[in-house]
Design a protein around this ligand. Structure first.
Ligand code: TXA
Ligand code: MG
Length: 368
């Protein structure tokens, strides 16, 4: 298949072309404020199946339906609880996905056979217009090959999906950079199934009590606050968002998260980098603006500032993709867990690291 790539803001007919492709059952990758989505008509089972094939995605991993008006929600959701209305008023359009009981019109091919459906109203001019002109909800997972870091530029999408989709709409770099927060509103007390840019605190401010799926909770209590090694997906609990159980984002090299007191983390990484370099191993360090100067300049990738977690979220997936381009063999990242706001970021980083966390207070240097 030949993939057309069009600049959505410069080419006046690009989005219209995208809408025609969606309406006729094809695949269009498009920008949202979180990450790029791989879109198809969300009410057409055959179109949805094409998404799974293009991504190499397991068919039990359901898709999010993207809408552009609140009135469309009642066409898809059997019940719209009070909590959902409050969250929609506060956060839509925006990086929040909610899980509802589904109406029969939503195909099983979209929900992986579940009786619930995930719905989001994205906050991006290209996404909004594409959904409006298509005249249907757009089913869209992140536009990457399954397991790879989510794409935040059209170039990332092309790396993974050129030749597998009809059109890529290039709308520049995504402003948020990690995928939406997912909240199940079918329970009396809503449950976070995937942490994201919208934090637990943001949700609690609107709803009062909110729970978090124990399988993805990571660091939650004050006790855990300075112990990022506690961020394992807990025990044997199975995540309730099917996609959360799969390996994700992992770079080809070995990524390790180094936790512990600041000074020990710094010493551990410095020592390890210098001995690996001596042996000719391609080694990188993921650090912050505040800590970059501790490490050899030629080995450091700066994700952003510790005082602004959003700046790090924005750079995360680009950084992970860059490491592969550079054939990085061993990558050390400081743990950026400062408080609960960093939960979305650290959830992605821990997945990328396959939960390999080293406590620098206990270990002195990397041993391979
Ligand atoms: O920001 C985002 O959410 C991006 C953009 C494109 O909107 N989309 C995205 O989709 O991240 P995807 O498919 O990569 O992740 C969707 C997650 C998966 O973990 C999936 O298992 C979960 O949502 N999900 C979808 N429907 C669900 C349902 N009915 N119940 C529980 N989890 C569901
Ligand atoms: Mg994804």
């Amino acid at each position: 298949m030949k993939t057309l790539i069009l600049k959505a803001f410069e080419d006046g007919s690009a989005i219209k072309k995208g809408a025609e492709i969606i309406a006729s059952g094809g695949l269009v990758a498009f920008p949202t404020e979180t990450v790029y989505g791989l879109g198809a008509n969300g009410l057409d089972p055959n179109a949805a199946k094409k998404i799974y094939a293009a991504k190499g995605r397991p068919s039990d991993n359901p898709l999010i339906l993207h809408i552009c008006r609140l009135s469309e929600l009642s066409e898809l959701a059997e019940e719209i609880p009070e909590a959902a209305i409050k969250l929609a008023q506060r956060f839509w359009p925006g990086p929040l996905t909610m899980i509802f009981k589904k109406k029969p019109i939503v195909p099983d091919a979209v929900t992986g056979g579940l009786d619930t459906v995930a719905v989001r109203m994205p906050d991006h001019p290209v996404a909004k217009e594409l959904i409006m002109l298509s005249g249907c909800p757009i089913a869209a997972p992140s536009a990457n090959i399954s397991g790879r870091p989510s794409p935040v530029t059209a170039e990332h999408v092309a790396e993974d999906l050129e030749g597998k989709v009809d059109l890529i709409l290039d709308g520049g770099k995504c402003s948020v950079g990690i995928e939406s927060t997912i909240v199940d509103v079918t329970e009396d007390i809503p449950v976070i199934l995937r942490p994201g840019h919208i934090t637990l605190k943001d949700l609690e401010d609107v709803l009062g009590e909110v729970r978090i799926d124990p399988a993805v909770s990571g660091i939650m209590s004050d006790k855990d606050r300075c112990s990022p090694e506690e961020t394992h997906e807990h025990g044997d609990a199975v995540p309730r968002a099917p996609g959360m159980k799969y390996t994700h984002y992992a770079p080809k090299g070995e990524l390790l998260i180094i936790s512990g007191s600041r000074e020990k983390v710094r010493d551990y990484i410095k020592k390890s980098v210098s001995s690996l370099k001596e042996r000719g191993v391609r080694t990188w360090v993921i650090a912050s603006e505040e800590t970059r100067s501790f490490y050899p300049e030629e080995n450091v990738l700066v994700m952003g500032s510790l005082t602004d977690i959003s700046s790090m979220e924005k750079e995360l997936f680009k950084t992970l993709r860059y490491l592969d381009q550079e054939n990085a063999e061993v990558i050390f990242s400081e743990s950026f867990y400062t408080d609960e706001n960093a939960m979305g970021l650290m959830n992605r980083m821990l997945k990328a690291a396959g939960h390999r966390i080293i406590n620098a207070d206990e270990e002195g240097e990397y041993k391979c």
